[in-house]
Each structure stands twice: as structure tokens, then as C-alpha cells.
Design a protein around this ligand. Structure first.
Ligand code: PGA
Length: 248
């Protein structure tokens, strides 16, 4: 049985004061939750959040990582640096990075490898746009995105990733995939993992992301292949985030 994971993706939001209030609220109420809980915070706040989460079961994560190990890459943040701040997770290939910052499938694969090499758990995001869904290309798009990563990974490393299915048209829009729509894509992704390794497919968590809220989280997470959520907007409100965690 895969343990579920609810991960907040704070995106480019927060301040020292807001982060402290948010984490205080989450920490107070999430003890004893039935799932793994993580927060993926902006890089400048890693040190703050690391110290606020000492002795807490809530894991820390980052939202991006460099494909390079170290060196003359101005503005980049390395996987080793993230590890120094006790990051457990790092999001790679979020659709906002793919679309606003031109991240290619190949770059996402390189970042995934770099994260794994430093002992981070990459949360590899895949998802189709509205136009692609309407053109019937959902499966092809998500498999192409996943395959770009899988073909670079040694088989033994496949079980070390987390996958997040985030339909682009559902992110921050209030439009959610129905549980059935999401489950269909999650099953396709799991099937592809199983073609490489049955054992890995049984282990890899596949999260859903895209307007997951307290009122739709339970039915989404009840689906067979949905192993939790990657939560954007609702992760910035203590009550909403906790309500989602409590739905597991
Ligand atoms: P949302 O974002 O929950 O605000 O739709 C999810 C994400 O982009 O990870």
C-alpha cells in the first residue's frame, strides 16, 4: 500500500512573517496525519522553513533545481545546496516552468537525474494543455513527458521518483479534472512505469495537482492510482491545506 503524500507548492508567494504563521498553523494540526506532508517553498526561505520544521514530520521541498552540479551558472541553485537545507523533495518540470521559462523535456530529465544524484526525491510534473486535451492528445503528451525522464533513469532509480499529473488547464483556474478523468491518466502513467518495472510501478506515488481543494480532495484521492496531491493555491491557507491533509 502506497502511503499518500500531500505536498504544498507555495510558488512565488510568502514572506518571513507569512511563512512563520502558515507553518505554525500546519505544524500544530498536522501531527498524527495519515499521510506524508511536505511544503515546497521559494529558495530564499529554505533556511527559515528548515529551522521552523526541525523536529516536525513535515518535509521540506524546493520548487526547482539546476541541471548543473556547480559552477558558473548565475542564478541557479544546485541539488547539493537544497540538500544542505534538509530538502527531501524538489519539484521538477512544473508546467509554469515549462511554459514561462521554456523548460524542455530533456532539461526536466537532466534536473531529475541531478536531484536523484544528490539524494533528493524529484516530483516530476507532467500534464496536457486544454488544446491538447481537446485534440485527444492527453495520453500522448503525458507519456512523452514521462518517457523523456524514464529513458534517462537506471531501472533501479525509477522507484525513487514521485510523479505529479497536473493538467495545465486545471492549475489555478478552479477547474479540476473529475476523479475519473484524473484516474484514467494516472492509470496510463502507472502502466508505463510497469512496463519498465512492476515493482517500481507499485511503489511510485502519482500525485494529482490542479485546483485540488478541501471539497474535491477526498474523491480525487480515493481513486486507485491517485496517491496524493500537489497543492498550489490551497496550500497557502492553513485551514484549506489541513482540510486536504485530513481527507486522506
Ligand atoms: P493549484 O496549483 O492548486 O493552485 O491549481 C497546483 C500546482 O500548480 O502545483
Amino acid at each position: 500500500m502506497r502511503r499518500k503524500l500531500v505536498a504544498g507548492n507555495w510558488k512565488m508567494n510568502g514572506s518571513l512573517a507569512a511563512n512563520a504563521a502558515l507553518l505554525a498553523g500546519i505544524k500544530a494540526e498536522s501531527a498524527g496525519s495519515r499521510c506524508d506532508v511536505a511544503v515546497c517553498v521559494p529558495a530564499p526561505y529554505l533556511a527559515q522553513c528548515q529551522s521552523l520544521l526541525v523536529d516536525s514530520p513535515i518535509a521540506l521541498g524546493a520548487q526547482d533545481v539546476s541541471m548543473h552540479e556547480s559552477g558558473a551558472y548565475t542564478g541557479e541553485v544546485s541539488a547539493a545546496m537544497l540538500r544542505e537545507f534538509d530538502c527531501r523533495y524538489v519539484i521538477v518540470g512544473h508546467s509554469e516552468r515549462r511554459s514561462y521559462f521554456g523548460e524542455s523535456d530533456a532539461l526536466v530529465a537532466s534536473k531529475t537525474l541531478r536531484a536523484l544524484a544528490s539524494g533528493l526525491i524529484p516530483i516530476v510534473c507532467v500534464g496536457e494543455s486544454l488544446a491538447q486535451r481537446e485534440a485527444g492528445q492527453t495520453e500522448a503528451v503525458v507519456l512523452m513527458q514521462l518517457d523523456a525522464v524514464l529513458k534517462q533513469l537506471p531501472v533501479d532509480d525509477v522507484s525513487r521518483i514521485v510523479v505529479a499529473y497536473e493538467p495545465v488547464w486545471a492549475i489555478g483556474t478552479g477547474r479540476t479534472a473529475t476523479p475519473e478523468m484524473a484516474q484514467e491518466v494516472h492509470a496510463v502513467l502507472r502502466e508505463r512505469l510497469a512496463q519498465i518495472s512492476e515493482a517500481a510501478a507499485a511503489e511510485v506515488k502519482i500525485l494529482y495537482g490542479g485546483s485540488m481543494k478541501p471539497d474535491n480532495a477526498a474523491e480525487l484521492m480515493a481513486m486507485q492510482d491517485i496517491d496524493g496531491g500537489l497543492i498550489g493555491g490551497a496550500a497557502l491557507k492553513v485551514a484549506d491545506f489541513l482540510a486536504i491533509v485530513s481527507k486522506v
